[in-house]
Design a protein around this ligand. Structure first.
Ligand SMILES: [Zn+2]
Length: 180
């Protein structure tokens, strides 16, 4: 799409009528809630995402507006074992249907496989994307194998190498304690 659209103020009805896809790259610092969850932030970090909207006819009513939102990102989270950054792949592929009011959304939510969104004349699509990314984050991010050893095992390793080089102090102590 060549027009310069603001993803925080979208006319979803018009987007769906056009049937075109919106392909965007949003810098991570523009998503403050998500940025807070990250282990530091590279200045050029960004989320690649794609939104395509379409109209689907509904008998006896106006066409429904449907939206497909896709995003892929590798986000630096904090490993809960070693506290270093762990690159975490996050993927979103979600369908939504727009409804007119919050009441309709509440009433129809249980029986709908797709997620429901309440239509607004200037729809904030980035907020929806950010919500989805936050929900897609693992509860306990962790390396499969941590790159650095935790502190306690580093200490053990040091002790082990000393053992090779010189007699263990406790071994000498044991010798002293031995009954004669
Ligand atoms: Zn780790």
């Amino acid at each position: 799409m060549s027009k310069n659209l603001n993803a925080r103020r979208l006319n979803m009805q018009a987007l769906a009528a056009e049937g075109a896809a919106l392909v965007e790259i949003t810098p991570l610092p523009n998503m403050e809630r998500l940025a807070q969850e990250l282990h530091g932030l590279e200045p050029d970090s960004a989320i690649n995402w794609r939104a395509s909207a379409e109209l689907r006819p509904r008998s006896g009513a106006d066409d429904d507006v449907w939206l497909r939102l896709e995003a892929k990102a590798s986000l630096p989270l904090t490993c809960q074992r070693c506290m270093a950054a762990v690159a975490t792949a996050v993927e979103i592929d979600q369908w939504y249907r727009f409804v007119a009011t919050e009441d309709i959304a509440m009433a129809e939510d249980d029986q709908s496989e797709e997620d429901l969104l309440v239509m607004e004349p200037q729809f904030d699509l980035l907020a929806v994307l950010e919500d989805e990314l936050l929900m897609a984050l693992p509860l306990v991010p962790m390396h499969e194998t941590c790159p650095v050893s935790p502190v306690f095992s580093a200490g053990e390793a040091e002790l082990a190498s000393q053992e090779d080089a010189e007699p263990h102090p406790f071994a000498a102590l044991a010798q002293l304690k031995k009954p004669k």
